[in-house]
Design a protein around this ligand. Structure first.
Ligand SMILES: Nc1ncnc2c1ncn2[C@@H]1O[C@H](COP(=O)(O)OP(=O)(O)OP(=O)(O)O)[C@@H](O)[C@H]1O
Length: 884
């Protein structure tokens, strides 16, 4: 068997060290993939699979992607959940040749590209954070402690959240990482499976040693180049372990490059509203149930003009606050911008033109940046100054948060800004190695080299005319290509005068219709130009390094300025939204109030307006109070029950993220937990039926909701047989009323439940009004007191286009069922239910049963004939049959 070629041997060795990643192996202008990687990539990318040589007597499958288009292919592979190891040539091929003609150029993996560690503009969504999360678990004195380190390497944001087993899912759902890492021991723990299954992201278990909390402080100190972590605040063991895991993973994937991470900031779990994963999904906060951004609350609210602002808005929407003071301060900013139309417009138009500073900074830190990233910083700093200047003309006092942000903008690093403004040219190449990004007049040496090369070009133009004259060939041209450099070109017919003097015009190449020559003068000029260009590029690259370093030296103030710009964008955008949509400032305080006047659903309202349909019908909601009220909502199908339930939850979220709300007025006592059980979908992938999903979600609510919670329940119990469903709904309401005491909205089709209002003092019945007209039903979408006695399901079915025959048959069946029901009387069912009996009744002794038992025990079977036994059995059966 033949040994692998030296190159294949190198490939096999590098691949063995990176078994979990597709290996992009650099060969000239291509990244090549071999063996199984080639098969996977060719299928995923739709590129041709070829072969190259043999290994162990078998063809080696191969495919390749051109280096200049690698980003696109990377994006697709990462999108499909793959990881890619990028292996580059790390020495000049000339060096390799010195070791012998057969030696292979040294190559090494320079970077692992994973879903959570990408930084390229084209691989990122401007309005979305790209989070890598590291989950750590440490055994505490009373149970396990968990912490999540969430890093957005594309912006440097770094948050640490302490959590526990019951909050973990909700916290991960809020953070919504693109990639989650954890110790393999945690990954393999069966109890954790449900947590990981719920997440829609890449999950990468890592060696447990990466999450060591003991070495963590030392590693963090090394990473940040500090002697102690005291200045960072106090961290618990779980937080240290999570931070250590995240940093170790970044070092593992970035191989030698150090991203400009901010210092970790601690998130206090109770600072944010607890919203569990199901509620987040059901309320379609950042995407719809079908996975689209259109139709989500975020899309309906987003009026930001910069990527920075869009990301901050999403962060605020997914983590509304629980501190009424902080919420009030955010609302002050919106009020301020609402009263300053002109300023708002001006600020927004400055912000619109800004490039993404934190992402540019991050690429520069990782040595992946180019001249355009330097320009992004320059433009960002100019924008910050322009923004700050806009506020100078104001006489009114600024709200606290706005004043703080404007002060931050004024605090820009002047030297850096001057350096970038003076040095950078207007038109910039993507890559530093393309040159031409330092402006003329900045560096005399550079200007001289550029002058030389410009001068030489003029000389070449002169030479061309001279040669044309000398040879009498008017069409003679001096051209350039990468293979020959400069050359003289004449058509084959005109070659003779040049061929006549081959001492002077040395022949280089014969083409189909042309001949190419060179001269000593031309060769000399060529080397002058090449030298000058090479020297100029060296000088420019030197300036690039200086500017890059200057930017990184100011990473912290730059990040602070970017954060201030993002906050201003969000505040101005919220004011824009409030004005455009007619929203009101909510009152948010520490009470247990929940009273909304003329509330609307932010997404449905905008959709109806777009369709020029009937306007949205506003509705009130009052479920506040010291022990929380329950509104039991019955009403026809399509009446607007789900819409009403969701709109109130969304209004609470909007208010607590610091936004104005779609209502005439709103007074909300801070909600600390928001639960919803609306619209169930099968979760067959996890082996759960609709009903099971519904019950798991309901159980979570009944076990966790408290008096500060807001609970939204839509049609629980509908996924099972009528009486089972009704009983579960019934018992759940009683529990909510007596135990949870949360502010609750409960929509149902079980009209029987409305009888509960007679017994539960804080429960009110409300319904959605309808008009019946000529056998049809008209939905007025208006909430009124009282209860609906019918669901109008058949009318809705008719509207949906069920065949007439089915509709009329359904009407006949319904009439029959209703008349039977009337005869039996549903009220008896309600009155019979042991409403307030906490302890189940002991089953009454049945006198019939004991008579049968007595008779049985009096029988002497051994003394009986078969006929006697038969008769006794008949008698027993008869006694049983006489039971009522
Ligand atoms: N307040 C409103 N104003 C105007 N249109 C509304 C209003 N509420 C709901 N609608 C419209 O009615 C449609 C049905 O609403 P929704 O889904 O909330 O009804 P539902 O009572 O929950 O129905 P079902 O019981 O069949 O689930 C919505 O898609 C919306 O277009």
């Amino acid at each position: 068997m033949s040994a692998p070629t030296p190159m294949m041997a190198q490939y096999i060795e590098i691949k063995a060290a990176n078994p979990d990643s597709l290996l992009f192996y650099r060969m000239g202008d291509f990244y090549e993939l071999f063996f199984g990687d080639a098969e996977i990539a060719s299928r995923a990318l739709g590129i041709t699979l070829t072969k190259r040589g043999k290994h162990m007597e078998q063809d080696i499958p191969m495919c390749g992607v051109p280096v200049h288009a690698a980003d696109d292919y990377l994006q697709r592979l990462i999108g499909l959940g793959h990881r890619v190891a990028v292996c580059e040539q790390v020495e000049d091929p000339a060096e390799a040749k010195k070791r012998g003609s057969k030696s292979v150029v040294k190559r090494d993996v320079v970077r692992l590209v994973t879903p959570g560690t990408i930084t390229e503009e084209r691989l990122l969504d401007a309005g979305q954070a790209s989070v890598l999360a590291a989950l750590a678990r440490v055994r505490g004195s009373d149970g396990d402690d968990y912490a999540i380190a969430a890093i957005d390497i594309s912006t440097g944001a770094f948050h640490l959240t302490s959590t526990n087993a019951s909050r973990l899912s909700a916290d991960l759902a809020r953070i919504a990482p693109r990639e989650l890492i954890m110790a393999d021991t945690v990954f393999e723990d069966g109890d954790m499976r449900s947590v990981f299954e719920m997440l829609d992201c890449a999950i990468q278990p890592q060696p447990a040693s990466m999450f060591d909390s003991v070495r963590a402080a030392e590693n963090l100190q090394r990473f940040y180049g500090v002697k102690t972590l005291d200045g960072f605040g106090q961290f618990n063991r779980a937080e240290l372990a999570a931070a250590n895991g995240a940093i170790a993973y970044i070092e593992k994937t970035q191989i030698g490059e150090r991203p400009a991470l901010m210092r970790p900031s601690r998130e206090q779990a109770d600072r944010l509203v607890y919203i569990d994963a199901a509620t987040r999904t059901n309320l379609e906060l950042t995407q719809t149930l079908s996975g689209h951004r259109d139709g989500s609350l975020l899309k309906a609210m987003d009026r930001t003009v910069s990527g920075l602002g869009a990301r901050l808005l999403a962060e605020r929407l997914t983590g509304p606050l629980t501190d009424a003071d902080q919420i009030g301060k955010r609302l002050d900013e919106v009020s301020f911008f609402l009263g300053q139309d002109r300023l708002r417009d001006d600020v927004r138009s400055v912000l619109k033109g800004l490039a993404d500073m934190p992402r540019a900074l991050s690429r520069l830190a990782l040595n992946r940046g180019g001249p355009r990233d330097l320009a992004a910083i320059r433009i960002g700093l100019e924008g910050a100054q322009m923004c700050a200047d806009l506020f100078k003309t104001l006489n009114d006092p600024l709200p606290e948060n706005t004043a703080r942000d404007v002060a931050l903008l004024q605090d820009k690093p002047l030297e850096l800004s001057d350096l970038l403004t003076c040095a950078l040219a207007e038109d910039l190449p993507l890559l530093a190695r393309d040159g031409g990004f330092v402006c003329d007049g900045y560096d005399a040496d550079l200007d001289e080299q550029r002058g030389l090369s410009r001068e030489s070009r003029k000389v070449i133009a002169g030479l061309q005319s001279a040669y044309a004259e000398e040879t009498g060939v008017k069409s003679l041209k001096i051209r350039h290509n990468n293979v020959l450099g400069f050359f003289i070109e004449v058509t084959a017919l005109n070659a003779e005068p040049l061929q006549a003097d081959l001492q002077r015009f040395r022949h280089r190449q014969t083409m189909a219709n042309a001949m190419r020559f060179t001269t000593d003068e031309l060769a000399e000029l060529e080397s002058k130009i090449a030298n000058a260009a090479g020297r100029a590029l060296q000088i420019e690259l030197g300036h690039f390094t200086t500017m890059q370093k200057a930017v990184l030296d100011h990473a912290s103030p730059l990040q602070a300025i970017a954060a201030a710009l993002a906050r201003l964008d969000v505040a101005a955008a919220m004011a824009e939204l409030a004005e455009e949509q007619g929203y009101a400032r909510p009152t948010v305080d520490a009470s247990l109030e929940f009273s909304i006047t003329a509330g609307r659903h932010p997404v449905v309202e905008q959709a109806l307006r777009k369709q020029a349909a009937n306007p949205f019908v506003a509705n009130d909601c009052a479920i506040g109070g010291n022990e929380g009220c329950i509104w039991l909502l019955t009403g026809p199908n399509m009446g607007g029950k789900s819409t009403f339930l969701r709109q109130n939850a969304l209004i609470a979220i909007m208010a607590q993220m610091g936004s104005f709300v779609p209502a005439g007025a709103a007074h909300i006592g801070v909600v600390d937990r928001l639960f919803s059980r609306v619209g169930a979908a099968d979760d067959l992938a996890r082996g759960r039926s609709t009903f099971m999903v519904e019950m798991v979600e309901t159980a979570a609510i009944l076990n966790q909701a408290g008096e500060r919670s807001l609970v939204i329940l839509d049609e629980i119990g509908r996924g099972t047989a009528t009486f089972d469903g009704l009983s579960i709904a019934w018992a759940a309401i009683e529990h909510l009323h007596a135990v949870n005491k949360s502010r609750t909205l409960f929509a149902t089709h079980y009209h029987e439940l409305t009888a509960l209002s007679a017994k539960l003092e804080r429960l009110s019945n409300v319904t959605l009004s309808v008009k019946e007209w000529d056998g049809d039903v008209v939905f007025l979408h208006e909430i009124i007191e009282g209860s609906a006695d019918r669901s109008y399901g058949i009318q809705v079915a008719r509207l949906a286009g069920l065949p007439d025959a089915v509709i009329s048959r359904a009407r006949a069946v319904l009439d029959q069922l209703e008349s039977q029901n009337r005869e039996r009387g549903t009220d008896t069912l309600i009155d019979d239910l042991p409403l307030f009996s906490a302890t189940p009744q002991a089953p009454a002794q049945s006198s019939k049963a004991s008579q049968i038992e007595e008779k049985l025990s009096s029988l002497h079977i051994d003394d009986m004939t078969p006929r006697d036994a038969m008769e006794a059995l008949y008698a027993l059966k008869q006694m049983l049959g006489s039971k009522p």
